[in-house]
Ligand binder design. Structure first.
Ligand code: SAM
Ligand code: SF4
Length: 322
C-alpha cells in the first residue's frame, strides 16, 4: 500500500519483547527499564494475526526484533509460523547474537532468511562497558561465524565516538567473513537522547582512507536505507546508514509494531495505532486492516532527529523495537 507521500510500505518490524540480556548504553537508560508485564505483550497468535493482515496490505517482509528477541521462549517456532503464512516473502531476525548458537538449527529449519547481529566493538573490555554486562565481543564473533556458515548474516555497529577506533577493525571483517558490516548513526532516542554520534560521512571518509578503491554498489541490497560499498579483497560489503544526518525518509518503506501492540508509523514520534485492544476486543479482519491502514496514512514525511526538541518519542529503543 502507498502512504500519503507515495511511498510503498512493504516492510514491518515486529518486536516480540522489550526484555534483553544486555543493557547497551545507547539503547537503555542507566537505571534500566521496568519490563512490561507479561499480559501486556502481544501473544504469538496475535502477532501472526497482525502479520496476516499486513500481508493483505502489501507488506511481505518482516523483521523479528526486540529487546532481545531470542530471550522470548518460542521465538524460533514463531518464526516458523510467520514464514509459513501465505504471501510472506522474507523473515529476518535482529539479535545481539549471544543466545544464537544453540538456536541456529531450529531457526534454519524454521525458514529464517537472514540475521543481523549487533556488534559495536571487537574489544572485550569495551564491549562490557558498553553493554553493562559480562558477555564478550568474542562470544558474539563466534555466533557471527556459526551463523554466517548457515544463513545470510550482517553485522550492525552503531557509530559511537567512544568506539571510533573500532571502525576499521570491524570493517576489516568483510575481508575474512562473508558478512556485510553496516555502520549506523546513533539516533537520539528515548532517555539516551543527548548522546552523540559519529556521522556516516566521517566514517565513510575514514573507510576510504583505508580502502582507496572503495566503490558504491549500484544494485539493491537488503530492504533498508543502507548505502553499500565494496573494495577489492572484500568478501562482502560495507554499509552506512545515515539515519540522522541525511535522512532516508523519502525512501522509507516500513512500520514498526512494539511488543505491546502499538503500530508506529515513525521512530521519532510517539504517535501510533493501538492494535492490542482491537485484537483482544474481537475486532474483525476489516477493522484490523483499517487500523493498520490508518497507521500507514499517518506516516510523516520525515523524522526530526536534527530538531531534537520536536522528537515526541521518549521510550527507549528496546521498548520501541529497534
Ligand atoms: N537486541 C537486538 C540487537 O541488539 O540487535 C535487537 C533490538 S536492538 C534495539 C536493534 C538495533 O537497534 C541494534 O542494532 C541496536 O544497535 C540498534 N540501536 C539501539 N539503540 C540505538 C540508537 N539509539 N541509535 C541507533 N541504533 C540503535
Ligand atoms: Fe539489548 Fe539490543 Fe538494546 Fe543492546 S541494543 S540493550 S542488545 S535491545
Amino acid at each position: 500500500m502507498l502512504d500519503s507521500f507515495g511511498r510503498e510500505i512493504r516492510y514491518l518490524r515486529l518486536s516480540i519483547t522489550d526484555r534483553c540480556n544486555l543493557r547497551c548504553r545507547y539503547c537503555m537508560p542507566d537505571e534500566g527499564v521496568p519490563p512490561t508485564v507479561h499480559d501486556e505483550l502481544l501473544r504469538y497468535e496475535e502477532l501472526l494475526r497482525v502479520a496476516e493482515t499486513a500481508v493483505s496490505l502489501g507488506i511481505n517482509r518482516f523483521k523479528v526484533t526486540g529487546g532481545e528477541p531470542l530471550v522470548r521462549r518460542g521465538c524460533a517456532d514463531f518464526i516458523r509460523h510467520l514464514k509459513a503464512l501465505s504471501g510472506v516473502r522474507q523473515v529476518t531476525l535482529t539479535t545481539n547474537g549471544l543466545l544464537l548458537p544453540p538456536l541456529l538449527d531450529e531457526l534454519c529449519t524454521a525458514g529464517l532468511d537472514g540475521v543481523n547481529i549487533s556488534l559495536d566493538t571487537l574489544d572485550n573490555a569495551q564491549y562490557q562497558r558498553l553493554t553493562r554486562r559480562t558477555h564478550t565481543a568474542d562470544e558474539v564473533l563466534r555466533a557471527v561465524r556459526l551463523c554466517a556458515a548457515r544463513l545470510p548474516t550482517k553485522i550492525n555497529a552503531v557509530l559511537l565516538p567512544e568506539t571510533a577506533d573500532q571502525l576499521i577493525p570491524l570493517a576489516e571483517l568483510t575481508q575474512t567473513l562473508p558478512v556485510d558490516v553496516r555502520f549506523i548513526e546513533r539516533m537520539p532516542l528515548g532517555t539516551t537522547q543527548t548522546g552523540q554520534t559519529t556521522s556516516a560521512d566521517i566514517a565513510l571518509n575514514r573507510l576510504r582512507a583505508r580502502w582507496p578503491q572503495l566503490k558504491p554498489i549500484s544494485e539493491p541490497r537488503g530492504n533498508g536505507p543502507a548505502r553499500y560499498f565494496r573494495a577489492p579483497g572484500m568478501q562482502s560489503c560495507l554499509g552506512l546508514i545515515d539515519a540522522v544526518s541525511h535522512g532516508f525518509c523519502d525512501r522509507c518503506n516500513r512500520l514498526r509494531l512494539t511488543s505491546t501492540g502499538l503500530l508506529k508509523p515513525c521512530l521519532c514520534y510517539e504517535q501510533g495505532v493501538e492494535l492490542r485492544s482491537l485484537l483482544r476486543g474481537g475486532a474483525d479482519d476489516d477493522a484490523l486492516r483499517n487500523a493498520m491502514r490508518e497507521a500507514i496514512l499517518q506516516k510523516p514525511a520525515a523524522h526530526c532527529f536534527q530538531q531534537r526538541e520536536n522528537i515526541t518519542e521518549h521510550k527507549s529503543m528496546n521498548q520501541i523495537g529497534g
